[in-house]
Structures are given as C-alpha cells and as structure tokens.
Design a protein around this ligand. Sequence first.
Ligand SMILES: Nc1nc2c(c(=O)[nH]1)N[C@H]1C(S)=C(S)[C@@H](COP(=O)(O)OP(=O)(O)OC[C@H]3O[C@@H](n4cnc5c(=O)[nH]c(N)nc54)[C@H](O)[C@@H]3O)O[C@H]1N2
Ligand SMILES: Nc1nc2c(c(=O)[nH]1)N[C@H]1C(S)=C(S)[C@@H](COP(=O)(O)OP(=O)(O)OC[C@H]3O[C@@H](n4cnc5c(=O)[nH]c(N)nc54)[C@H](O)[C@@H]3O)O[C@H]1N2
Ligand code: SF4
Ligand SMILES: [Mo]
Length: 716
Amino acid sequence: MNADTDIATTHVVHAVCSLDCPDSCGVLVTIDTASGRATKVQGDPTHPVTRGFLCGKVAKMLDRVYAPDRLLYPMRRKAGVPKGKLAHGREAEAFERITWDEAIEEISVRLEGIAREHGPESVLPYSYAGTIGQLGYGSMDRRFFHRMGASQLDRTICSSAGGAALTSVYGIRLGTKPQDYAKAGMILAWGANIHGNNIHLWPFIEEARRNGAKLVVIDPYRTRTAALADEHLAIRPGTDTLLALGMMHVIFREGLEDKAYLEACVRPGDAEALRTHALQAEHAPEAVAAVTGIAGEKIEELARAYATTFATSGKGAAIRLNYGVQRSENGGTAARAVAMLPLVIGSWQHEGGGLTLSTSGSFPFNTTATQMPELMLQSPLGRASRVVNMSELGQALTTLSDPPVKAMFVYNSNPAVVAPNQNAVLKGMAREDLFTVVHEQFFTDTADYADYLLPAPTFLETKDVQGSYGHLLAQVSQRAIEPRGEVRNNVRLFGELGKRMFGDACFDDREDELIDQALTTDHPFFAGITRERLEREGHAALVLPGPLPFSTADWFKTASGRAELKPLPMFVAAVESRNAPAARAYPLEFLPRKADNYMNSTFVNHPGHQRLEAKNAGVLEMHPTDAAPRGIASGDTVEIFNARGSIALKAVVNEQVGEGVVAARLGWNKLSAGSAGLNALTSETLTDIGGGATFYSTLVEVRRAVSTGDERPLHQ
Ligand SMILES: Nc1nc2c(c(=O)[nH]1)N[C@H]1C(S)=C(S)[C@@H](COP(=O)(O)OP(=O)(O)OC[C@H]3O[C@@H](n4cnc5c(=O)[nH]c(N)nc54)[C@H](O)[C@@H]3O)O[C@H]1N2
Ligand SMILES: Nc1nc2c(c(=O)[nH]1)N[C@H]1C(S)=C(S)[C@@H](COP(=O)(O)OP(=O)(O)OC[C@H]3O[C@@H](n4cnc5c(=O)[nH]c(N)nc54)[C@H](O)[C@@H]3O)O[C@H]1N2
Ligand code: SF4
Ligand SMILES: [Mo]
C-alpha cells in the first residue's frame, strides 16, 4: 500500500450543524470514500466561533445519523390502529411500509378532499426548527402550503416575544458578536444558559475573565454557567423588568448614564421619560429587592459595576441576554427593559460592550424568493390565508372553527412534546377525523399520532445555506453522505407534492437554485456573498457598516431612526406568579427547562445522550424550604399538578432553585413515567408582545405521591 491510496481512503466534507442553537457550527465530516459512510464529525477549526470543537450532543451526531431506529421509509398507519402513544421500540408495528409514489398520491388525494370539503385553511402546517437551514426550515414547504391556501403558522414558540422586543427598541435584531465578548470588561449572562445552550460563547467569556472581566449570571436556576460565574443572582422568575429598572434607578440617581450617547442615539424625549420612570420610588433597590429576591445592596453594586465598566477598565460591558427572560407572561417587556441598559450607559460604543439577544435578523436571506408568499393569491382563496399561532395548538385542534383544522402536516417539530398545554394538544391530535402527516427522523411522540410518516434527513444528508442567531457568519452546508434509505428533504418532499397537486414550475427548483435565490439580494450585508464563495470558503462574515453595532445613530432601523424607549417598560406581575391569586391553589413557580445534553426533544432517544442526562432525567428539583412542609425528601416520587394536568417525577431536594421555585427538564413523553411530559402543566397564555409561549410562567403544586408499588400513571 502506498501513501496515495492511504490518503484517498477518506475525504472531508464541510457541513453546518443545523440544530436550533445560536452557535451554527461549521462541521467537518470525515467520509470513508469507498463506502460513503461518515466516520467522524468535528468542529471546523477555521470557523471563527466554532474554533474546532462541537458540543457534547453533536459530537455524538453519528449515533443519531446511523441509529438503528431511524425512519427510513414512508409508512402508513395500519387500518384499525388508534392514534396515540405507542410503546417505545415497537412503534413500527402500528405502520406499514409504502412507496414514495403511494405516499405522494394518497396524501395528495386526502389533502385535496379536505380542502374541497372544508376549505384549504382547514389544512395546518406545523413546523419549527428541527433544522435552521434556510431550505430545511422554510422554502418549498411554504410554496406548497401558500399555493394550496392552507392556514399560515405564526412561529412563536421560541423567540417571538424577544424578537418583537428587540425590534421595538432597535428596529433590527442585531447585536454584539460572540468574538467580541473576549474584549469585555464585564459580562452579564441574563436568562442565558451559556454552558448548556450556547457553549461556543464560553471560551470568549473565559478569555475576558482571564483579562479581568467579571461574569454575573441572572437566572432563577443555578446552571453550570451560574456555578462557574463570579456571581449568581437567583432572580425570581418573571421579575426581570423590575431588576433592569432598579439598575437604571441607581444609574440615573448617580448620574452614571451616558448623556451624550442618549442625546445622539435615542428618540428625543424618550431618555428623559425613562429617567423619570426609573427614578420612581417603586424602582429603588429596596423596593425591587422585595419582588425580585435580589438584595438591594447587590442591585446597587451590580448597577454601579455595570455602568462604570468602561471608566474603570477601558472596556465595554456586555449583556448576553438570552431567551429565558422572554418565555414568561410579560417577557416581551422584560426583554425590552434589559435591552435598554446598554443604551443608558452607552456601552455600544465600546469594544466588548453592547448586548446580544439574537442576530438572526441581520441575515438578509431573500425569503420572498424562496417561499413565494404571492402564491397565496393563486390559491382557491385568492387572498392571504388565516394565521394560526403555534403556541395555541391545543386550541387550534380542539376549539378553532370556521373552518376547523382537519389536516395537520408536521415537520421539523415534535409538538406532542414541545407545545404548551399538552393535554389539549394530545386530545386534538388523537381526533380520528384529523388527518396527520409527520415528516421525521424518528418515532417521536408526535409520530405516534401520524396517519402517514415520511422519513426526513439529518444535516449530513442534505445541502443547505444557513445564517445563525448567535453569530454573524453565513455558511453553506454540503451534503456529506447519501440520504439513508428513502429519506427525502423538504425541497424534494414538498416539490413532489406541489408538482402532483398544482404542477407549477416553481416546484421544480432544487437545492442550488433555492440557495442562489436565498442569496440574491442587493442588501449590503450580503455584498459579495454567493453560493460559490460559501462553497469554496465554508463561511463568510456579513458585511456590516462598521465594527460596533449601534455605536452611532445611523445603525437604528426604527421608524424614528433612533432607539425607541416608549412605551416605557412597566413591571406587571404574571398572573401565574407567586403573589398572584392563582398562587393560593398552586403556590410554586415551575421552570420546565431544556436539558443540557438534549436539544429540546431531540437526542432524547439515544442511549449515549441519555447516559449524560441520567442524573436529571425524570427529576423535579426543589428547595428544602418547600420540600420540608410537604414531607418530601430526595428520592420520593412526587406528583406535580395544576388545573391543566399532572405528572409524576422523582424529587431531588437541593438548592439549584430558590425558595418557591421547582424545576425539571424536557424529554419525550413516552419515555417518562405516566407518559405525560412537562408541557402537561404549561399554558397557552401568550406573551405581552410577540404572541410567544409562556413556558416559564407556570404555577404548580407538588405533593408526595402515595406509593402503590406499581408503575401506574398518576392521572389519565
Ligand atoms: N443543550 C441544549 N442547547 C440548546 C437547547 C436545548 O434544548 N438544549 N435549545 C435551543 C433553543 S431552541 C433555544 S431557543 C436556545 C435557548 O437558550 P436560552 O435562551 O439560554 O434559553 P432557556 O434555556 O430557555 O433559558 C435560559 C435560562 O433562563 C432561565 N430563566 C427562566 N426564567 C427566567 C426569568 O424569568 N428570568 C431570568 N433572568 N432567567 C430565567 C432558565 O432557568 C435558563 O437557565 O438554546 C438552544 N440550545
Ligand atoms: N417545557 C418546555 N417546552 C418547550 C421549551 C422549553 O424550554 N420548555 N422550548 C421551546 C422552544 S425554545 C422551542 S424552539 C421548541 C422546540 O420545539 P421543536 O422545534 O419541535 O424541537 P425538537 O423537539 O428538537 O424537535 C424537532 C424535530 O425535528 C426533527 N427534524 C430535524 N431535522 C429535520 C428535517 O430536516 N426535516 C424534518 N421534517 N424534521 C427534522 C427532529 O428529528 C426533531 O424530532 O420547544 C419549545 N417547548
Ligand atoms: S448544537 Fe450548537 S454547539 Fe452543538 S454542534 Fe450544533 S451548533 Fe454547535
Ligand atoms: Mo428555541
């Protein structure tokens, strides 16, 4: 054997991790050339944010790609098998394999019939971010549903409150790039589980800390990030507006605001109004302490340290605001209030300063070209179809009329697990008169309700173009391996359905054409960024007007062309919070959190990932002060309940949460005791702005379950 053949046995393909994560890592996939099989995934060392490493979840991605229980063929529910939970590992018994031709034909006929009888809006597409690649997330699927006249889905389940908040203040979702955190003089991680959810920011934070920066974490849960920080402020859930106003109170009272910056960059009158508002007595640190649970002197200290960062270190103060803050009833206002802090102290002008919530709005992908909303006008409706909020899926499936939802087409999502008010969602999905198609990689809880199950790709099996919601680099992901079995991507699946049902030429477009369309724009941020360049270089940085966003007035994209602070952020306690009337029956604030070793409900079914998460699986964490009066000790089975539902978990009494707060982690319903998931307890209440889900405004009560010695579910 000579060296040449040795080298030729493997090759490396550049892909992009398309999981719903702010890091959008560059991934190098090693392929065994002869077999075409992927043998290794690693972080792209040339990617400025990935810097050569992947998170623990995706380091084991090949376990998922080659899992023996992948869905590889189209399937149809067997006649007579009712919809609903199937025993894990035996799901295939409920379905029979069919060909793609049969699947396309039979699904088309059913959708045509439903549209004819009930109107096309009775068809509801339901999708989220199983992949955040532009084509996988929303391209041919949108053309198909628009052309049909199906209901439109308002995709609110994750970030719409925060998105609306940022847009209302700044006019654009842009922020400090992760690399710049290395130059920060102080960092606040505000509702941001950096270690669990945004690991590639961590090395930059560590670099800043080595150079003297302090890291303060504001989170009701003691995350690993909080444990590793210089300070952890365990704020009570849903009270962030007040903490931000308390900080502003101190800053304005002591004259630490940046007057020149406010004058130049904020809409005339707004800064003065905010100052008057913040200086009200109810925003004084002692008053704020009583509600947030953070001591008054800590608030004073935090505000002073934050506002004087530049004066004392010559570096900027950065806030990593993440989505935890906006998943509550008044989360939009809270995100707005926090987002005003860097304006008040002018930290956008300083290297290492500013704020990051989401950078996704900085990528000017031409979604009008890829998704063709104008096709709605060619549908039988001849107008834009109705919009259904995905955070109200339970209501959509059980009470919506005119027309009722008669067909649901699920892709990139596992609503049976992730959608709030799970009992309503499952009741709706179990309807025998609901026609359900699910495009998936695995037999998820949602798949248990499918009439037709279609096999979907992992990011190794499809080509795409991707932005990011945590950094400012565009990337092309090459198809690293042939799709397994008969797996088809979004472009192929909806292209064929569209061709069969409507025949329009737009359903012939393929990946490269769609990528070109996505990049065709005269927006300056994409100047010089083409598919060919991304294919050659892997990634390319957006062309921003300068290195420091919002350092000058011309960055703001609001109507006034300045930062806008009105309406002023007012603190309102959540209806589901500790001092509200509802707390008399359900006194504990519940945090139904994400698992650090899973991605929402993705990876839950892999033994390797389960091992990493074993300590937390099926666990309810509670504070000793709450456990003792309820007679609960670690290891006890407890029932967590409210008017919407009840679940069983094992208590772990610790101080990861403060008094009055209990926490658990998301997993698959069918792998949980009693087969209901955390979202059996959450509500369909929407956020104050943006119509988002309010997972973190959930009141519950907990009691020790009487042990009967069997595994019978507690309810249902
Ligand atoms: N490992 C892993 N990574 C992920 C995900 C995953 O499931 N697992 N999910 C991905 C997705 S979809 C998203 S959107 C991102 C989200 O990433 P993050 O924005 O970090 O979102 P969360 O984990 O929802 O919330 C962050 C933190 O906010 C805290 N929190 C809850 N309520 C409040 C509050 O009222 N105030 C404050 N200050 N903090 C609060 C929570 O305890 C949590 O630790 O992560 C992505 N990355
Ligand atoms: N209690 C509670 N509930 C939550 C949250 C929480 O923190 N707590 N987080 C909320 C948030 S922030 C979010 S973003 C949502 C996430 O909710 P979802 O977007 O539903 O996320 P996942 O549970 O990861 O499910 C994504 C599914 O898409 C599939 N998939 C991946 N790639 C593809 C593809 O190319 N094609 C198709 N057809 N399918 C694919 C995966 O196999 C996976 O089953 O959950 C929300 N729900
Ligand atoms: S999940 Fe996030 S951190 Fe992990 S590889 Fe994907 S993009 Fe990177
Ligand atoms: Mo999310």
